[in-house]
Design a protein around this ligand. Structure first.
Ligand SMILES: [Ca+2]
Ligand SMILES: [Ca+2]
Ligand SMILES: [Ca+2]
Ligand SMILES: [Ca+2]
Length: 268
């Protein structure tokens, strides 16, 4: 609600005219109600009783009715390290947002005081940023964005999984074409072989396992041959012993016959 007051110390006020937002000129006769939000203009001049026309006075002002609405953007998942663009330009107000404040919730630090800007994140984790916006009358609104920062499986972008590189070399220095162990096979080929069966571990296990099965068969065959030989040797030994025993028995029999003959001779 705007109320105009005008006065003239000389001849007296004859008429005051005004217009709003560049519209038609209207003669003022009662208080004026101004509706609707936004930046408005108000112009007015007076004429006195002897026809002097006052120079038009211009007033610019803001009518703000509603609270602002903050919009921190959509949640996202990205690989570390990363530069995140925080964009609060989707925030709205019926007039104007005069203040933006981005806060990292984990420690309460203010990371940005503009609508849009970039924040660098080095380590994986869940980062929540809250955006607070204010309109010209100090009304506030907040929104937040959750950024899931993941560990990049290939942070040096050389197509070799970092896990494999760390396991093999303890660092990410080497590339797919390198041959740090000097066996004439490049890293990418070595990884390709091991990677065939899925992960590195099962790939390694797959090859020796089939060889292991064959080794088992060979061992079993050898064992059977050895057992066979042992059985043969045992049989031979058994036969030898039986032969010896038979000869011994024969000798004993001969001896007893001789003895009987001797004894029989004496008793006669
Ligand atoms: Ca507002
Ligand atoms: Ca890599
Ligand atoms: Ca590398
Ligand atoms: Ca190699």
């Amino acid at each position: 609600m705007a109320v105009l007051s005008a006065g003239d110390s000389g001849s007296g006020l004859f008429l005051t005219k005004y217009r709003i937002d560049g519209g038609p000129w209207i003669a003022y006769n009662r208080p004026i109600a101004i509706g609707g939000s936004g930046t408005r203009t108000f112009e007015a001049y007076s004429i006195d009783n002897i026809g002097n026309i006052e120079q038009t006075r211009l007033y610019a002002y803001v009518v703000d009715v509603l609270r602002p609405v903050a919009d921190a953007g959509r949640d996202l998942a990205v690989f570390a390290p990363v530069d995140i663009t925080l964009d609060g330009l989707g925030s709205t107000d019926d007039t104007l947002i005069v203040e933006y404040e981005w806060i990292l919730e984990s420690d309460g630090s203010v990371v940005l005081t503009t609508a849009k800007g970039t924040v660098g994140i080095q380590s994986p984790g869940v980062y929540i940023f809250s955006l607070k916006v204010r309109d010209p009358l100090g009304r506030e609104s907040t929104d937040s964005i959750t950024i899931n920062v993941l560990r990049d499986p290939d942070s040096d972008k050389d197509t070799l999984p970092d896990v494999w590189e760390m396991e093999k070399f303890g660092n990410l220095t080497y590339g797919p074409g390198d041959d740090p162990d000097g066996d004439g096979i490049t890293n990418i080929k070595e990884y390709g072989r091991e990677g065939d069966g899925g992960d590195v571990q099962s790939g390694l296990d797959a090859l020796p396992q089939s060889e292991g099965d064959r080794t088992g068969e060979v061992l079993m065959l050898l064992l059977m041959v050895v057992l066979g030989v042992l059985a043969g040797v045992a049989m031979l030994q058994f036969l030898k012993i039986r032969e010896l025993r038979r000869r011994l028995d024969d000798r004993e029999a001969e001896a007893s016959i001789e003895f009987e003959e001797d004894y029989g001779g004496e008793s006669r």
